[in-house]
Design a protein around this ligand. Sequence first.
Ligand code: NAD
Length: 261
Amino acid sequence: SPRLQHKVAIVTGSSSGLGRAIAVRYAKEGAKVVCADLTPTARSEEEADITTHELILRNGGSAIFVPTDVGNATQVENLVTVAVQAYGRLDILVNNAGISIEARAPAVLHLTDESTWDTTMRVNVKSVFLGCKYALAQMLAQEPHSSGDRGWIINISSIMGMIGASYCASKGAVSQLTRQMALDYAPHKIHSNAICPGYTQTAIFKETTSYCTPWDDLNRRHPLKGPGFPDDIAKMAVVLASDDASWVTGVCLPVDGGYTA
Ligand code: NAD
């Protein structure tokens, strides 16, 4: 039976890559999905034929799109409000939206622009703070799910093997926030976990690897099957939002084909 039935999920960065794969999988597992991104259009040509929420609707699932800049408090508050207006509650928040703008240039710390640092922290870290702030308030206020749990937060962090000073620092912050929220909200039966993907084949991947990483090297670093695909991450995101993870919280789980083994 579907593993996310009767659950309402917000997925940020839903138009492309990992977010798109997670949103589609969640809908297949019976969740009602609130897709949030700057625009509904995907960043990569391969995904541009149909938007994520239209794809879900075409497959018989339930989804809406809410235009959202995840670094803007008013827009993130609005996202949670619209989700609850549409579906009556909020069970799952996937903080997936993120950027790796340093991928396009050598980004050791002394060559990192202040604007690159500020933008990366805004989109990768402040976004998690804002999303959790408004989602947790809703989760605490509503009736628990039938399992007794009140909510599931899933942050997309990173194995941090990607290029750049500000990117690494931003994902370190996301992992640490994940663990602290697990402690703070465990008494309220809210799970907080992160997935740390290895190199996964999305628009970010293309920008990063075209800059410096040869395929031989990528295959060696991910001994199980080489660089991953968005669905490899989405499958684990289903587990962490389901009752299969009933006693799992505070985990930053590498999903990386053995990169960190
Ligand atoms: P992607 O570029 O394909 O998708 C990212 C999505 O986030 C895009 O649709 C983009 O429009 C959206 N986004 C960007 N800024 C936003 C903002 N301010 N507000 C709302 N949405 C915004 O990249 P992806 O590879 O799918 O990345 C998803 C997440 O996975 C990111 O957090 C990334 O850091 C992380 N990650 C990716 C890899 C990888 O190899 N692809 C590895 C580790 C971690």
